[in-house]
Design a protein around this ligand. Sequence first.
Ligand code: ADE
Ligand code: ZN
Length: 326
Amino acid sequence: DNMHAALATMPKAELHLHIEGTLEPELAFKLARRNDVALPWRTIDELRAQYRFENLQSFLDLYYALTKTLRTADDFHDLMLAYLARAARDGVMHAEIFFDPQVHVFSNGVPYDTVLDGLLEGLRAGRKRYGVTGGLMLSLVRDMSVESADRILDMAEPRRGEILGIGLDSAEAGYPPSMFVDQFARARSFGWHAVAHAGEEGPADYIRQALDLLHAERIDHGIHILDDPELQARVVRDRIPLTCCPLSNLRLQVVHDMRKHPVPQMVRDGIVCTINSDDPAYFGGYVAANYAALADAGMSLDGLAALAGNSIDASFADERRWMRMH
Ligand code: ADE
Ligand code: ZN
């Protein structure tokens, strides 16, 4: 309808998006065939039946299993271009996109340069075709070893100028940001921006650690900030953006009812929130569907337009690009 059309045409940035989380079942099957990778599901419907998640870990198990279909630079290129086509239709002008190289390199045996070449070529093609700008955020997988994080940074260092920033993702509880102080310091010394997932399933204190110890410029998810009023006051005062993902929270049972999603309350409290899709192939919709879910739960069009404006302001786009997006 009109509301949803308006939400899809609002200029916006997407700041919390895992490229592996855009792998649709159809593309996964196509890549599996192309690369002769065996999947444990015979049909797309059989695969689709797996998309009911109890929590973050049950989702991650499927997400990592399907990364095994990504083998060549062309695969990563096709994945990226498919995402950018979809994002452009949702009004995304700029995207800062996570990838999990430790998984591709150490779990799946794909060379780092293959992954990077494919994703960057996809970004270039998407910019040319759809006008979407953006960059890559190298995300450390917190439940793989700290040593493997060091090794992936060794591989990334010679081409550090081709990466926009560092992130921290995967299973959160039991893997506090304090484990990655040295890796984030090193990444920042490369000239990279820093962000981290914190307060999704983990406690508010992980948000504090991400700010104090990792010097994160944005917090991914961060919805458990509501448990800690003092930290909340700091995030408001310092205008630290949170990258919220409503459909992700619902599907991973972090939130049980969209009408109880904390975004409207966080906005009333003065927190700088942005709306993002996280892993849209898994959670039932791309970024405009996340805006629409909040609209259906009662948020106003003006309120959602302000969040779209926040996403552009919270991006790492340079001033020239920022001017063109506003
Ligand atoms: N990797 C992909 N999506 C994620 C999420 N929502 N939280 C943590 N790690 C992730
Ligand atoms: Zn995420």
